[in-house]
Design a binder for this molecule. Structure first.
Ligand code: SIN
Length: 294
C-alpha cells in the first residue's frame, strides 16, 4: 500500500547562502534577515568613493535590497548616484520633480486616490527592458506606517517543488502597464497615455550578474502565462503570487526621513504599505534601466 505523505510537509524550504564571503572594508553591511535586505552605513551617497561604490554593487548583489540612513543628497546627487549603475529609466506615466525626467515623485497624502506600489510588483516589468534597480529617497514620513516590504525571488523560485520548476521553466507571460497606471497619477495632473507599455517575459529569469534563477511574475503587471489555457494560467499565477508572498522570503523596511532603499528589480519584488492616510509620505525615486529578461 502507498504511504500517505506527511500532511505537515506543506511549506517551502529556504536555502541559506553561505556566510563565508570576504568581509567588507569600505562600508559596513548589516543583514536585516538571512534571506533579504541589508542596512549599509559609513557612506555618504552624495559623494561615495570608488571603493565604496564597488562594495555597494557587491552588497546589492548579495542582499537584493540595501538601505541607507541619514542621507542628505541634492536631486542632482541622487540622479548622479543612479547613473553610476547605468542609464536612467524614464517612467512611462509618473510625475517627475523639478524638471528632472529621471526623478520620479513618490507621494501620497490626504487627497491621494491611491499610493504608489501598493501591491506586490517589480518596477515597470511591463517594459521590454524593465529597470534593473530603483533608488527611493524618502524625505517626509508619516508619524507611523508607510513601511515597504521586499521579497526575494531567488528564494521563492528555489522553494518551488522540482515538478513546479520543471513546469514553469521555459514559459513566458504577458506584463501589461495599463491597469496599474490608468488614472493613478490623475491627482498630479498627469494625463493618461494613449498606449501603455506591454511586454512578454520569461516566467523564470536568470539574473545577468549573479547567474541565479528568479521567479519573474508579479501581481502588479503579469496578466497571463502564454501557450497554456487561460484558466490554467489564472490558477498557476494565483499559486505563484501566493507562494512568493510567503513572509519567509521577505524583509520589511521601516522608513525614517532621509533614508534610502535601493532594490534590484530583477530578483526582488516590493510592496508599499498605504496604512497612514491621511498623513503624507513623500520622496523621489531614481530608476536605472535594465536588460531584456532571459
Ligand atoms: C514604488 O516604487 O513602488 C514605491 C515604493 C514605496 O513607496 O515604498
Amino acid at each position: 500500500m502507498n504511504q500517505i505523505p506527511n500532511p505537515r510537509w506543506t511549506g517551502p524550504r529556504i536555502k541559506h547562502e553561505s556566510t563565508t564571503a570576504a568581509p567588507y572594508g569600505a562600508i559596513t553591511v548589516e543583514k536585516v534577515t538571512p534571506i533579504i535586505g541589508a542596512e549599509i552605513s559609513g557612506v555618504d551617497l552624495g559623494n561615495p568613493t570608488e571603493a565604496q561604490m564597488a562594495e555597494i554593487h557587491r552588497a546589492l548583489a548579495e542582499n537584493l535590497v540595501i538601505f541607507f540612513r541619514e542621507q542628505h543628497m541634492t536631486p542632482e546627487q541622487h540622479l548622479a548616484f543612479g547613473e553610476r549603475f547605468g542609464t536612467l529609466h524614464i517612467h512611462p506615466a509618473a510625475p517627475t520633480e523639478g524638471g528632472h525626467a529621471g526623478l520620479m515623485i513618490i507621494k501620497a497624502d490626504r487627497d491621494s486616490p491611491r499610493a504608489n506600489g501598493e501591491g506586490w510588483h517589480s518596477d515597470v516589468s511591463c517594459d521590454e527592458e524593465p529597470p534593473m534597480g530603483s533608488i527611493l529617497y524618502i524625505k517626509q514620513c508619516p508619524p507611523v506606517g508607510g513601511d515597504t516590504l521586499f521579497a526575494n525571488m531567488y528564494a521563492a523560485y528555489d522553494a518551488l517543488s522540482e515538478r513546479m520548476k520543471a513546469y514553469i521553466d521555459g514559459l513566458t507571460a504577458v506584463h501589461d502597464g495599463e491597469e496599474n497606471y490608468r488614472g493613478t497619477y490623475a491627482n498630479f495632473g498627469v494625463k493618461d497615455r494613449p498606449a501603455y507599455p506591454r511586454a512578454v517575459h520569461p516566467v523564470v529569469r536568470t539574473h545577468p550578474v549573479t547567474g541565479k534563477k528568479a521567479l519573474f511574475v508579479n501581481k502588479g503587471f503579469t496578466r497571463r502565462i502564454l501557450d497554456i489555457p487561460l484558466d490554467e494560467s489564472t490558477g498557476v499565477l494565483a499559486y505563484l503570487f501566493e507562494h512568493m508572498a510567503n513572509p519567509l522570503f521577505q524583509c520589511r523596511f521601516r522608513w525614517r526621513e532621509n533614508s534610502v532603499a535601493f532594490w534590484d528589480n530583477r530578483c526582488a519584488q516590493h510592496r508599499a504599505m498605504w496604512d497612514y492616510w491621511p498623513a503624507t509620505r513623500y520622496g523621489n525615486r531614481v530608476t536605472v534601466k535594465g536588460d531584456r529578461p532571459v
